[in-house]
Design a protein around this ligand. Structure first.
Ligand code: CS2
Ligand code: MG
Length: 403
């Protein structure tokens, strides 16, 4: 069997998605997600210029060899563009392997470790009261775990909070980034009040999560972790930028608040020290950005040795293809923690028909062979690419900060 054809489909049903489709000479096809939010066309070029020419003619069943060929064979290793491209190939080949075997992906990985996959979603509000109402709405929908973010007095634009209810918090339709403002002192004074209010209204049973989005220094993160302890967070996410993995050592020495990190990671090397030193509790890398199922399995196995559990990134800027594959992975992985779930728009779901289901705060995996997600190319063609940028962040004096 040989790969006969491979091509990239870019579609924007609400936001941009990059999908790789691989077709075999026996007519079986598989798809993979290659979406890198705000840098979509760089991955398209990488796939079209460097990956697809190497795929045509290869045996689609040799997933491991193809992964190594694309990783080692490029000489230039790692990086989000390369690893998203490799991930898309990997996901599509696992999809094909499942179809050839007549088995859903979770069966190929080792079968079910659980019946359903716990998810968390986002409650955001312009202030604490509005955020609490959003938490209530999510609890009514069945969520057992909710991420809470609220506007901060004195800061105009806060991470995770849309300008108006129902809008996205990440402006996605401009070539140049929007500029946000940031003030660490105001944030640090505000965040514990939000956690206290959530616990007071919803009691102890709800899992409460919070995303700092890389804004703090290690000692500031340590202070927040300590002050959050009475409110028993499920996790504190991305409390510092993690290029310097040692930062987490300092935070860990000061607080028992569980720490999650990794949505911008693209390889096992980005998280090795964090995991081996048990400085974190949840690893958040995604199948799309960290090299696919083949690579993520190694990260999860390493994490398992050190009591670190998975908490995959699942924002709307990853396509249903990534989410579908993640639900299979989550159903199998022994050291599963939680799965992020930001519901896709209806038009996105229409472009990507899938068989995973959301029920009572959990995902239920489907039984379709492969990862169970396809692309309707006619529907995709109705939504052309829209250049889009993530925001940047500045301090009050104009210094560029982390967004
Ligand atoms: C966020 C993301 O889901 C999360 O935890 O941090 O929404 C993130 O801002 C986007 O995925 C950026 O592309
Ligand atoms: Mg995040």
């Amino acid at each position: 069997m040989k790969i006969k054809d491979a091509y990239v489909i870019v579609t924007s049903p609400g936001r941009n998605f990059v999908t790789l489709k691989i077709v075999t000479d026996e007519g079986v096809h598989g798809i993979g997600d290659a979406t890198l939010n705000g840098r979509e066309m760089a991955v398209v070029a990488y796939l079209e210029e460097h990956v697809i020419p190497a795929l045509v003619g290869r045996d689609p069943q040799r997933i491991e060899d193809t992964w190594q060929y694309l990783y080692r064979g490029a000489y230039w290793r790692r990086g989000p563009v390369t690893m998203s491209a490799i991930a898309a190939v990997d996901m599509a080949l696992w999809d094909i392997k499942g179809k050839l075997a007549g088995l859903p992906l979770y069966q190929l990985l080792g079968g079910k470790s659980r019946e359903r996959v716990m998810t968390y979603s986002h409650a955001t509000g312009s202030d604490i009261a509005a955020c609490l109402d959003e938490v209530a709405r999510h609890v009514e929908q069945g969520y057992r775990a909710v991420r809470v973010q609220s506007g901060i007095p004195g800061i105009q634009s806060t991470y995770g909070v849309a300008k108006r209810p129902g809008e996205r918090y990440e402006p996605a339709d401009a070539k140049l980034p929007a500029e946000h403002d940031w003030n660490t002192a105001r944030y640090l004074n505000h965040a514990p009040k939000l956690f206290a209010a959530v616990r007071e209204r919803f009691g102890d049973d709800l899992h409460v999560l919070h995303d700092v989005h890389h804004r703090l220094t290690p000692i500031e993160a340590a202070r927040l972790g300590k002050e959050a302890e009475p409110y028993k967070l499920f996790w504190l996410e991305d409390c510092v930028p993690a290029e310097n993995q040692q930062s987490f050592k300092l935070i860990r020495q000061h607080t028992t608040t569980p720490l999650a990190v990794g949505e911008v990671f693209n390889s096992i090397h980005d998280c090795r020290e964090l995991i081996e030193n048990q400085w974190i509790d949840y690893i958040r890398a995604s199948l799309t950005h960290a090299g696919g199922i083949t690579a993520m399995r190694r990260i999860a196995d390493l994490a398992g040795l050190y009591h670190v559990r998975t908490g995959f990134h699942g924002p709307t800027d990853l396509s249903p293809v990534c989410l579908g594959a993640a639900v299979h992975f989550d159903t199998w992985v022994p050291n599963f923690g939680i799965q992020e779930h930001m519901p896709h728009e209806t038009r996105t779901d229409e472009v990507f028909p899938h068989d995973y289901r959301f029920e009572d705060g959990h995902f239920i995996v489907g039984e379709t062979p492969g990862h169970g997600v396809d692309i309707d190319e006619k529907a995709a063609a109705r939504f052309p690419y829209q250049p889009a940028s993530l925001p940047v962040n500045r301090l009050e004096d104009g210094t560029l900060w982390h967004w």
